[in-house]
Ligand binder design. Structure first.
Ligand code: C2O
Ligand code: CU
Ligand code: CU
Length: 506
């Protein structure tokens, strides 16, 4: 339904037409392609140096679909998985070897970016990494095709499922959609001691949605207005797992670990197994939970991660599916027997996790999430504190202090809010009186305080802020002073203009 309304009224340059209509992904035979498992680059030993080159490649999304032009951080559709250790710095040279023209409809009306900028610009951001500001991938730190940038990641942080993606001003939703994403795992001794499934039994699952034309090319919808092609959200029918449409994966009847990441522009996944067996979540965005959480269903917003264990040991010879909603997206074919590799078990506890006491916060910031009809400039804008990205910085947290941020969602969508540099904990959610807030500018709470779900009790860097609620998080600003940003991770919202700077003051 939403797709229909998002379709352009006028033909955009890449719009499906009579010669290249939309591919009906649901009509393709499911589970014909094996799940690809991304490679791990070695680099040089400590300090590890890696060179990651962005390039245009061809990708087979399905046996029966012609190759798709896309962009990647490597020679294959999945960017290399970077594996690192806590406190062992990694140096990455990001090389922009992309063509100089974008193949998706570029929107020059966003962020006041103007028409004078070169068409392809890029800057890599490691989402969830604690890094000095000059290496964080600030949106204006982009560089054009033919150039590169070397960044040093100190990684003074605990084991976690991080990822990297493009963050170039006004373009990152298209660069990410074109394929510029990858997984970045940090490991530490706490994780080692748990003896979790590893090697062939630890598998990344990178999920995203894409639309294609019948000739297999990526399609990104625009509004149909050539001056303001921006659309408020983009969701598509084609769900890719590790770059394939509805792949299958051969597993042994044993315990597996899956590192699940949602790289979609706007889509939330509601994940479950079709045999209703619980999945055991052991970690979230910023690493391990305190104890494993069993759940039959969970929602994963754009940019959120889940570290999952799935036990296939009682399913020898059977076939089960991972699904989102009622749609099966991945088929597990369980073998009759296990290989001789040692078996793993589910740990009882994972790590000590101290809840940050509310009393340690020295400041509370009120952050409103707003939606505006702005007829002079754009048909619609999504804002934070009613401010645009380019307006002067208003938030200046002090280094080594703790703050509470209250995200007051006055819109009708759930926004996955992400804060760079830091990890945080969610305190609670409450419903507020919208009318009271608009008329008296006072926050009146209605109804009971909602405690975070058990799988939200660990460290987070992206938090779902539901409509009509105040979502409170507690943050210690540690690491480095300097300019960072926070934004909604629905990339269409972020682009217009749900993104704001903040500056950590030494
Ligand atoms: Cu996933 Cu500003 O980042
Ligand atoms: Cu980030
Ligand atoms: Cu949003």
């Amino acid at each position: 339904e939403h797709m229909q309304s998002a379709m352009p009224a006028r033909m955009a340059p890449n719009a499906p037409d009579a010669k290249h209509p939309m591919l009906h992904v649901l009509e393709l035979p499911p589970f014909v392609d094996p799940l690809p498992v991304p490679s791990v680059p070695m680099g040089t030993p400590s300090p590890r140096k890696l060179r990651i080159t962005m390039r245009e490649i061809q990708s087979k999304i399905h046996r029966d679909v012609p190759p798709t032009r896309m962009w990647s951080y490597g020679p294959t559709p999945l960017g290399p998985v970077i594996e690192a250790r806590s406190d062992h710095p990694v140096e990455i040279t990001w090389v922009n070897h992309l063509p100089s023209k974008h193949f998706l409809p570029v929107d020059f009306s966003l962020h006041g970016s103007g028409r004078d900028l070169p068409e392809v610009r890029t800057v890599a951001h490691v989402h969830g990494a604690k890094v000095p500001t000059q290496y964080d991938g600030y949106p204006t730190d982009w560089f054009p095709s033919g150039q590169s940038k070397t960044c040093r990641y100190p990684l003074q942080q605990e084991s976690a499922t991080l990822w990297y993606h493009d963050h170039a001003m006004g373009l990152n939703r298209l660069n990410t959609y074109a394929g510029l994403t990858g997984l970045f795992l940090i490991r530490d001794q706490v994780e080692d001691a748990l003896n979790l499934p590893s090697g062939p039994f630890e598998i990344p699952l990178i999920l995203c949605d894409r639309n294609f034309t019948t000739d297999g090319q990526l399609f990104y919808a625009t509004s149909g207005d050539p001056d303001h092609p921006w659309i408020p959200e983009f969701t598509a029918d084609g769900i890719l797992i590790n770059s394939k449409l509805r792949p299958f994966f051969n597993v042994e009847p044993r315990l597996y670990r899956f590192r699940v990441l949602n790289t979609s522009n706007s889509r939330f996944f509601g994940l479950a197994l079709d045999n209703h067996q619980p999945m055991i979540q052991i970690g979230s965005d910023q690493g391990l939970l305190a104890t494993p959480v069993e759940q039959k269903f969970f929602a994963l917003a754009p940019a959120e991660r889940a570290d999952l264990l799935i036990d296939f040991s009682h399913l020898a010879g059977q076939t089960i599916h991972l699904r989102t909603g009622a749609f099966d997206i991945l088929q597990f074919r369980v073998a009759n027997q296990t290989s001789s590799a040692p078996l793993h078990s589910i740990p009882k506890t994972l790590r000590t996790l101290h809840r940050t006491p509310e009393s340690s916060a020295t400041l509370t910031r009120t952050i409103t999430l707003n939606e505006h009809q702005d007829r002079l400039q754009n048909p619609m804008v999504m804002l934070i504190n009613n401010k645009h990205w380019h307006e002067p910085t208003t938030e200046f947290p002090k280094l080594n202090t703790t703050e509470i941020w209250e995200f007051i969602n006055q819109t009708e969508d759930t926004h996955p809010m992400h804060i760079h540099l830091v990890r945080f904990q969610i305190l609670d959610r409450r419903t507020f009186d919208q009318f009271e807030l608009m008329t008296n500018k006072k926050l009146r709470f209605r109804g009971p305080v909602e405690a975070p779900a058990p799988n939200e009790m660990g460290w987070k860097d992206t938090i779902q802020c539901p409509a009509g609620q105040v979502t409170r998080v507690i943050i210690r600003f540690e690491g480095y002073p300097g300019k960072y940003l926070y934004h909604c991770h629905i990339l269409e919202h972020e682009a217009n203009d749900m993104m704001r700077p903040f500056e950590v003051i030494a």
